[in-house]
Write a protein that binds this ligand. Structure first.
Ligand SMILES: Cc1cc2nc3c(=O)[nH]c(=O)nc-3n(C[C@H](O)[C@H](O)[C@H](O)COP(=O)(O)O)c2cc1C
Length: 444
């Protein structure tokens, strides 16, 4: 009798600065390479591939930030960087962020189709609407759009890019040199998208990509963001500070996906996890203290203000205990709404001082941070995975590359031993690593 293979964990490496801790760039064990050196990214992607990760992910923002002299807010542009990473890796999935608010559908569809060809089917697109208000000034002040408008435009955007990716049938290219027929007649169709925000004639000027379409990743967790994810996302990144809220999020999103007529197994939920790993618990705690001692609370204060769309927190004393009334109501925040809910939730539960709150957010910006031994980290992963909180994790090492190296060397083998994680790649596309079907061609 055939047995169903046990459910497998998915792991994505989120590459960010020299690590996710705000002060990682200053820590002696962080990479000595500049953040503009391609070798830094190739080294990380190869290490994640050696650890059999499903994918690596590059986030993006579209403005330098007013604390750019005090913190490294610059990195290589994700789409061009993924093209380079595709050339030096063979199996690992590659995910780049690109904004629906500040990119035309034709540009985006073309770039991601091209990347999927370059990588032989390993590309994912992190669909963002760009919460950062200051980005608008770099795009002829077309925005900033409010939260609802951004998602509204994104909805139409998805129709336009899907039509572009589907504008070539899979077998369109004949490349018949003797007969002089490059592509089959009738196999390349116009898109003729004419909506309130976008007009796109099509077809795309590149054949259908190996995965049909890139894998759709999404990371907005507000009410509107969840509904958007339920309709479109195949993998969801989310910031959850504890297992209880992660479980609620998981159940809610899987339910919304089913309501949208989708198979909930085809919407993977990957909460952020930033583990500070030490050979002993005491060593992990010491590393956490070292990182916190290098943090600059004024950098944190500016970042907090950005999350809340530029709200002024300068009057709050660092050692003053906080209450939810010190923050604007999340429902009125047009920027990173769900993250403001996470932050106010923490304030309500733990009543930290501003210094303590900024210390926590310095860890991984509101994602789950924990310190422990490899055994403790593996047990935590297993617990969330088996108890309805995650299909895997968006690994956000506090320091790069050192904490990734430790994770691959010490935690991955434990997960394999427990039968939770692959011991070899089965397939060669991101869809196959994530267990996702190839999308049907919706020829217009
Ligand atoms: C892990 C993770 C990665 C994200 N990466 C980006 C990014 O690269 N660029 C961006 O503009 N927003 C990024 N976001 C923000 C979300 O896309 C979204 O804009 C934000 O959460 C606000 O939407 P919401 O209120 O629906 O949550 C990310 C969020 C998470 C949880």
């Amino acid at each position: 009798m055939a047995t169903t293979p046990p459910r497998q964990l998915h792991l994505n490496l989120f590459i960010h600065g020299r690590g996710h801790h705000e002060a990682a760039w200053r820590h002696p064990s962080a990479s000595p390479l500049p953040l503009t050196d391609l070798r830094y990214y190739t080294d990380l992607a190869r290490k994640a591939e050696a650890g059999l990760f499903d994918s690596v992910f590059l986030a993006d923002t579209l403005a330098a930030g007013d604390d750019v002299t005090r913190a490294p807010r610059t990195w290589l542009e994700p789409v061009t960087t993924l093209a380079a990473l595709a050339g030096v890796t063979t199996r690992i999935g590659l995910i780049a962020t690109c904004s629906t608010t500040y990119t035309e559908p034709f540009n985006l569809a073309r770039q991601f189709a091209s990347l999927d060809h370059i990588s032989n089917g390993r590309i994912g697109w992190n669909i963002v609407t760009t919460w950062l208000a200051t980005a608008s000034a770099n795009f002829s002040n077309q925005g900033p759009l409010d939260h609802a408008d951004r998602y509204d435009r994104a909805e139409e955007y998805m129709r336009a890019v899907a039509a572009l990716w589907d504008s070539w049938s899979d077998d369109a290219v004949l490349d018949d040199r003797a007969g002089g027929q490059y592509a089959r007649e009738g196999s390349i169709r116009p898109v003729r998208h004419a909506g309130p925000h976008y007009q796109v004639a099509g077809p795309l000027n590149i054949p259908r990509c190996p995965q049909g379409r890139p894998v759709f990743v999404q990371a907005g967790s507000s009410e509107t963001g969840r509904r958007f994810a339920a309709r479109h996302a195949e993998a969801v990144f989310t910031a959850q500070m504890e297992k209880a809220t992660a479980r609620d999020f998981y159940a809610d999103l899987k339910g919304l996906a089913a309501e949208s007529g989708r198979n909930p197994e085809h919407v993977l939920i990957l909460p952020g996890l930033s583990p500070i790993i030490g050979a002993t618990d005491a060593e992990a705690q010491r590393l956490a203290r070292e990182l916190n001692n290098l943090s600059d609370p004024e950098v944190g204060r500016k970042r907090l203000s950005g999350r809340f769309g530029g709200h002024d927190f300068s009057h709050l004393g660092l050692d003053q205990p906080l209450s939810p009334e010190d923050f604007p109501d999340p429902a009125t925040v047009e920027a990173a709404r769900s993250r403001t809910e996470v932050i106010i939730g923490l304030v309500r539960r733990e009543k930290p001082t501003l210094r303590q709150l900024l210390g926590y957010l310095a860890g991984a910006r509101g994602h789950f941070v924990t310190a422990g031994t490899p055994e403790q980290i593996a047990t935590l992963i297993e617990d969330w995975f088996l108890n309805g909180a995650a299909d895997g994790f968006n690994l956000m090492p506090p320091i790069l590359p050192s904490m990734l190296e430790v994770f691959v060397a010490e935690v991955v083998p434990l997960l394999q031993k427990r039968g939770l994680f692959r011991s070899a790649y089965d397939g060669a596309t991101l869809r196959s690593h994530y267990g996702l079907p190839r999308p049907d061609l919706r020829f217009p």
